[in-house]
Design a protein around this ligand. Structure first.
Ligand code: UTP
Length: 297
């Protein structure tokens, strides 16, 4: 591995959005989980905005049955825009939903067989380039955003990168967990070598309390590793297992995200994110704070 290997720029992002969202039923029976809004932006919009901030401009959605509205969200809404213009309303609010022609591609995951399988479904579009992965139900709030922090790290070390966060040790069984190796001096100590990965370990078996948190930069070789992979934890084809097999063959590092993560795939995490972001918004913070303190009395 020379220093120039595995350092091509990251221009593509894969958004796996084909999951069933069972934890949010019945809300997610006809509406994709990724379209649930935190205040006035659906979860998928936060993820796409974060990708753009990191300089990524090609968006690959791995969709499935009932997920069409996610693609429509990023389409031109001709009637809506015409009517709004005729009524003198500004179209600025729709700006984030615009994607350059040809820069949004979709691929179907016919059966939701797990995150690893969803990523593998994008192999033809990813081709021979490194790519980012965003799990839209993990809302990452930071300045700069999580992927921008990761791209900065990628410029230092190249290879494969995952974003990690510390959680209390007794909670590790719900997540993918890393075995950390040596810390690097670059980026103020935020970069750590990864020597192992394990999906949903028992508390006593967990190699650390550093959990993988929904953002990745991977080299295209991971697609070959996913090919024909056996099912792992939960009977699903796990991305964590494929990544674990790449350790030792290519550089593999973790970036500790300087920011906040909200697990919007869970109901409590979703409520927390809504409240936290509302309390930060200039247009509503005062009102929301008053409501919250009234409710808490
Ligand atoms: P989750 O683990 O949150 O699964 O997926 P889920 O099916 O969406 O939700 P629950 O657990 O049933 O409530 C994390 C991300 O991976 C995608 C999901 O759409 C979500 O963005 N995913 C998951 C797929 O695209 N395909 C799959 O087979 C599984």
């Amino acid at each position: 591995m020379t220093s120039q290997t595995y350092r091509k720029p990251v221009r593509k992002a894969v958004f796996p959005v084909a999951g069933l969202g069972t934890r949010f039923l019945p809300a997610t029976k006809a509406i994709p989980k990724e379209m649930l809004p935190i205040i006035d932006r659906p979860l998928i919009q936060y993820a796409v905005d974060e990708a753009r901030e990191a300089g990524i401009d090609q968006f690959i959605f791995v969709t499935g049955r009932g997920k069409t509205s996610i693609v429509e969200h990023f389409d031109t809404a001709y009637e809506l825009e015409t009517t709004m213009s005729e009524r003198g309303k500004s179209l600025e609010v729709l700006e984030p939903t615009r994607v350059s022609p040809g820069n949004l591609l979709t691929v179907r995951q016919q059966v939701p067989m797990g995150l690893g399988h969803a990523i593998w479904c994008a192999r033809a579009i990813v081709g021979d380039e490194p790519f980012a992965i965003f799990l839209p139900d993990e809302l990452m709030i930071g300045s700069p955003g999580c992927m921008k922090q990761m791209v900065e790290a990628y410029e230092e070390v190249g290879g494969n990168l995952i974003s990690v966060l510390e959680v209390p040790h007794d909670q590790v069984s719900s997540y993918g967990v890393i075995a950390p190796g040596a810390k690097l001096d670059a980026l103020g100590g935020a970069l750590t070598e990864v020597t192992g990965l394990v999906e949903k370990p028992k508390v006593e078996d967990a190699p650390s309390n550093l959990i993988i948190s929904g953002r990745y930069i991977l080299q295209p070789e991971v697609m070959r590793t996913l090919e024909g992979q056996e099912k792992g934890a939960g009977g699903e084809i796990q991305l964590t297992d494929a990544m674990a097999r790449m350790i030792g063959q290519q550089p593999f590092h973790a970036v500790t995200f300087a920011g906040r993560r909200y697990d919007c795939g869970s109901k409590v995490g979703f409520v927390e994110a809504t409240l936290a972001l509302a309390l930060e918004r200039e247009d509503m913070a005062t009102e929301v704070r008053d409501i919250a303190s009234r409710l808490l009395k």
